[in-house]
Design a protein around this ligand. Structure first.
Ligand code: SF4
Length: 302
């Protein structure tokens, strides 16, 4: 039995950069883990300078939840538990914090975390079902690409097969699945394979949400060093739009497509399959614009 002892802190505690999906902008953020246990993706700068990964003690997480219950209760409708891979927590601990969340906030609409495919596969269907029953309603997974060579080059830590397996487990467990795709992640050289592999993986998984991001190099990332050597050539806006068109065109899923991110050249959103034509028409229209009319290329700092 965990004792909620220390309620003297004056607010929610947080360590490291605050990073959450845009769809969790209005959520209560209660940190369950610090940093990312993988922390090797070459395109990701979020935790490259720390903090080192660790799981917060369950009693501390519960203290923060209790503080939120006492101080913010009326405004809490959804809860997101950062940081970069909360799925790695022990199943029993996840069950405990999700059950406690439901107890404190009985009208909660959604509990969400991030989770990479390799860790979801490691948990397996039985544990993922337990976690779902305890209250986890949505998980955000970085598919990034369905091409094994791209996944290996960016050190994602998972293969296309792992990504498909993880997605299938999440869906079977009854948890909403949000998959991220990074357009342009294969550079010019692997653009075609990147799109083809991603279509294949998404068609197998059929996630609830497909969230599009466009590759933008960030400071302090290993991929930026590769770009400087000339071994990775960044796609132009038109090339990105062509990848987007081919990707949407190749999907046979029931997913909602969203491009809710500043990195994208255009914002497209729709439900597949019914809005496919409209989304493709939007992309075709954008392709009539000159490259210079889109956001400039720069090195991201956040
Ligand atoms: S992209 Fe996700 S899994 Fe990869 S290093 Fe960043 S936080 Fe970790």
């Amino acid at each position: 039995m965990i004792k909620i002892a220390d309620m003297n802190h004056s607010g929610l505690r947080y360590e490291g950069p605050i990073y959450r999906p845009p769809s969790e902008a209005n959520s209560l953020l209660v940190q369950a883990t610090v940093g990312c246990p993988h922390n090797r993706c070459t395109f990701c700068m979020v935790y490259k300078k720390g903090p080192k990964f660790r799981v917060r003690p369950v009693n501390e997480i519960k203290e923060d939840l209790l503080w939120a219950h006492r101080n913010l209760s009326d405004s809490v409708q959804t809860v997101f538990f950062p940081s970069g891979n909360t799925i790695v927590m022990k199943t029993d601990d996840l069950v405990e914090i999700f059950r406690y969340t439901q107890k404190l906030f009985p009208d909660i609409k959604r509990i969400t975390i991030y989770g990479s495919s390799q860790y979801i596969v490691k948990k397996g269907l039985k544990d993922m079902k337990k976690i779902a029953q305890a209250g986890l309603s949505r998980i955000h997974v970085g598919l990034e690409s369905g091409d094994d060579i791209v996944l290996k080059r960016v050190k994602k830590g998972s293969t296309k097969a792992t990504q498909i397996k993880a997605g299938t487990i999440v869906k079977k467990a009854g948890i909403e699945l949000s998959e991220y795709v990074i357009l342009g992640l294969g550079g010019k050289e692997r653009s075609k394979q990147h799109v083809k592999g991603t279509i294949d993986a998404l068609n197998e998984i059929d996630p609830d949400f497909i969230r599009l991001r466009t590759f933008l190099p960030k400071i302090n990332t290993p991929i930026l060093d590769v770009i400087k050597t000339g071994n990775f050539v960044i796609l132009s806006p038109h090339e990105i739009l062509k990848e987007t068109y081919d990707l949407i065109d190749g999907l046979h899923v029931q997913s909602t497509v969203m491009s809710d991110h500043y990195t994208n050249y255009i914002q497209i959103q729709g439900q597949l399959p019914m809005n496919k034509k409209r989304m493709l028409d939007d992309i075709t229209l954008a392709m009539e614009r000159d490259d210079s009319s889109f956001r400039r290329m720069y090195i991201g700092t956040a």
